[in-house]
Design a protein around this ligand. Structure first.
Ligand code: NAP
Length: 257
C-alpha cells in the first residue's frame, strides 16, 4: 500500500484524485482549509474503500500552512509516495482589476507552495528510488491569461525542468493541464460560465483517469482530452497578439454571475 498526499482535496479535481486513488487502494493525506469537509471526506473514503485517510488542515496561502504540509511530506517515518499539488483558485477580472493582495496570494498558492511542497517530498522519494508528483496547471499555461496563466506557465516550466533533472532517479514529475472542468472553481471566483460552450467542459473523474494513465506512461505534461490537444495545436498557428485578444474575450470576462 502506498500513500498519496493531495492538496485541495475537498472539491473538484482534488476530490476526484482522492476518490480514484482510494478506490485503487492508496492511503491518503487530504489537505485543504475546511476541516469539517476534510473529516467527512476522510470518513467516507475510509468506510467505502478500507484505506487510511489522514486529515491535514492547511491554508497554502500562509507560511504556517505551507510549513505544516512540508513537515508531513518530509517525515521519513510516514513516507508519501505520490504528491498531487492541486489546490488553486481563480481571480475574476483582468490586469489592474484584481487587487495586488489577491494577485500575490495566487502566486503564493500556485507557485511558492508548489515549489516548496515538491521540494519537501522529492528528496525522500529519490532516496527510496521511487515516487511521483503531479502538479496541476491548466491549458491557460499556454495562453496569454494574466497572473493565472502566468502562474500555471511557471508550474509547467518548473515541473518539466525538475523532471529532467531527476531523470534516472525513479521519481516522476508531471504537469497536468486541463481545460474547463466542472468543479467549484468558477463559482468560488464569482465567474459566470454561461458563455462557455458545453462541449468545452470536462469531467473531473475523466481528467484524473487520463492524468494517472499519463503519469504511468512517464509523460511530463498531460493534456487530458483530444478536444484540448487539438485546440492547443491550432492555437500554436495563431499569432500571439491575436490569441491574446481572443482569450481575453472568451476567458476572464466569463460574464457577471
Ligand atoms: N476547474 C477548471 O476549469 C480548471 C481548469 C484547469 C485547471 N484547474 C486547476 O485545478 C486545480 C483544482 O481546481 P478545481 O477546479 O478543482 O477547484 P475547486 O473545485 O474550487 O477546488 C479547489 C480546492 O482547493 C482548495 N484550496 C483553495 N485554496 C486553498 C488554499 N489557500 N489552501 C489550501 N487549499 C486550498 C479548496 O479547499 P478549501 O476551500 O477547503 O481550502 C478545494 O479543495 C486548481 O489548481 C485550478 O487552477 C481548474
Amino acid at each position: 500500500m502506498t500513500t498519496a498526499l493531495i492538496t485541495g482535496a475537498t472539491a473538484g479535481i482534488g476530490a476526484a484524485f482522492a476518490r480514484r486513488l482510494a478506490a485503487d487502494g492508496h492511503n491518503l493525506v487530504l489537505v485543504a482549509r475546511d476541516t469539517k469537509r476534510l473529516r467527512e471526506q476522510a470518513t467516507e473514503l475510509h468506510d467505502r474503500h478500507g484505506i487510511e485517510a489522514e486529515v491535514l488542515t492547511a491554508d497554502l496561502a500562509t507560511e504556517g500552512g505551507i510549513e505544516t504540509v512540508e513537515k508531513r511530506l518530509s517525515d521519513p517515518r510516514h513516507p508519501v509516495d505520490l504528491l498531487v499539488n492541486n489546490a488553486g483558485f481563480g481571480n475574476k477580472g483582468r490586469y489592474l482589476e484584481v487587487s495586488m493582495a489577491d494577485e500575490l496570494t495566487m502566486l503564493k498558492v500556485h507557485c511558492e507552495a508548489v515549489l516548496r511542497l515538491t521540494s519537501a517530498a522529492v528528496p525522500g522519494m529519490r532516496e527510496r528510488g521511487r515516487g511521483g508528483v503531479v502538479n496541476v496547471a491548466s491549458v491557460a499555461a499556454f495562453l496569454p491569461r494574466g497572473t493565472y496563466g502566468a502562474s500555471k506557465a511557471w508550474v509547467v516550466q518548473f515541473t518539466q525542468g525538475a523532471a529532467k533533472d531527476l531523470t534516472g532517479s525513479g521519481v516522476r514529475l508531471m504537469a497536468l493541464c486541463p481545460g474547463f472542468v466542472r468543479t467549484e472553481f468558477h463559482q468560488r471566483a464569482g465567474m459566470g460560465t454561461d458563455n462557455i460552450p458545453s462541449w468545452m467542459w470536462l469531467d473531473a473523474d475523466k481528467v484524473v483517469a487520463a492524468a494517472l494513465a499519463d503519469l504511468a506512461r512517464g509523460k511530463q505534461v498531460s493534456i487530458p482530452d483530444a478536444r484540448y490537444k487539438t485546440l492547443l495545436g491550432a492555437a500554436k498557428l495563431v499569432p500571439r497578439g491575436l490569441l491574446g485578444g481572443i482569450t481575453s474575450k472568451t476567458g476572464r470576462k466569463y460574464g457577471p454571475q
